[in-house]
Design a protein around this ligand. Structure first.
Ligand code: NAP
Ligand code: GLV
Length: 309
């Protein structure tokens, strides 16, 4: 079977090695050197050029290298009848939970405050608080949100989570649905977004939501740029409604050089760096799904296209 690999960010050689170690007869074609398009039956992709997947006449399944499939679903030429599977992988989950813990610890220990003080050469101690004094709210309690919430709870933070359907996670107070969003936000000092981008979640990080947080709350958006209404964030930082924001994802990536986020003193920018799958780990799911495809068995982690995730 021939599989097309296309990603501007992932290491194609490492992925080919990880895949063929498990499936020696797999023919991995690395974009743009794809040979005869008619031979390709599966595609493993992250941000493929629009139209590429539609140009493969015998494609049978699409595997996303990313957990989020919003960019794939935005391509109007994406073959509608094919199964689209998203990435669920322990290395992706672990590196996201680590990144969440890093930023929550940073805010809990007031490093954003100290960085601002350093720019003014100001020596002023903020007495440390116990972890339980910091209330962290996770928007999204899926693979990544649930693991992050659990790690934060084990670290001693006071953790809340919000999802579409109700969850039960040890040490985490769980809220569900739009009717419980206000109660979830009330008292949250560090808000972390790990929602998929769908029509229901686009623009959810907006002025109305910020107004429900305690004054001086901090925001961490690791999901997608379009969850955030950018001007509402700038206004909230100007008025002190929010004290600081950490943004890993943006509507336009790479973030344009002239964008105000780059130089804003109350915003930390990272280049969509929160989490990626290690090939040796992520290949397990891809190979399992290739075997299932070959044997005609149901694939794992098929996206519900109507729901958008
Ligand atoms: P997932 O397992 O599909 O979980 C999504 C969670 O969001 C679920 O708990 C779901 O609730 C909840 N949700 C969806 N729509 C909602 C709504 N309208 N209201 C409330 N909750 C809603 O996804 P995941 O694997 O955790 O990934 C989450 C996102 O992280 C991805 O879609 C991607 O955008 C982002 N991501 C970013 C990076 C990075 O490097 N920055 C890396 C990986 C992923 P239910 O369970 O009740 O349906
Ligand atoms: C990265 O953003 C992903 O969706 O895995």
């Amino acid at each position: 079977m021939a599989l097309l690999f296309a990603s501007p960010d992932d290491d194609p050689i490492a992925w080919r090695a990880a895949l063929t170690r498990r499936l020696p007869d797999l023919d991995v074609r690395i974009y743009p050197e794809i040979g005869d398009p008619a031979e390709i039956e599966a595609a493993l992709v992250w941000l493929p050029p629009p139209g590429l997947l539609a140009s493969l006449p015998n494609l049978r399944a699409i595997f996303s290298l990313g957990a989020g499939v919003d960019r794939l679903l935005e391509d109007p030429t994406l073959p509608a009848e094919l199964p689209l599977c998203r990435m669920v992988d322990p290395s992706l989950t672990a590196s996201m939970a680590e990144f969440v813990l890093l930023h929550v610890l940073r805010y809990h220990r007031d490093l954003d405050v100290y960085e601002a003080q350093q720019r003014r050469a100001e020596w002023r101690l903020v007495l440390p608080k116990p972890a339980a004094a910091t209330v962290v709210g996770l928007m999204g309690l899926g693979e990544l949100g649930a693991a992050s919430a659990g790690l934060l709870a084990r670290h001693g933070f006071t953790v809340r989570g919000w999802s579409r359907t109700r969850k039960a996670i040890e040490g985490v107070r769980c809220f569900a649905g739009p009717e419980e969003l206000a109660a979830f936000l009330d008292g949250v000092g560090v808000l972390v977004c790990l929602l998929p981008l769908t029509p229901a979640t686009r623009g959810i990080l907006n002025a109305e939501l910020f107004a429900r947080l305690p004054r001086g709350a901090r925001l961490v958006n690791l999901a997608r740029g379009a969850h955030l209404v950018e001007q509402d964030l700038l206004d909230a930082l100007d008025t002190g409604r929010l004290a600081h924001a950490t943004l890993d994802v943006f509507v336009r990536e790479p973030l344009p050089k002239e964008h105000p986020f780059w130089r804003h003193p109350k915003i930390t920018v990272t280049p969509h760096a929160a989490s990626y799958s290690l090939p040796e780990s992520g290949a397990e799911l891809v190979v399992e799904n290739l075997r299932r495809l070959r044997d005609g068995r149901p694939l794992l982690h098929v996206v519900d296209r109507a729901r958008g995730y």
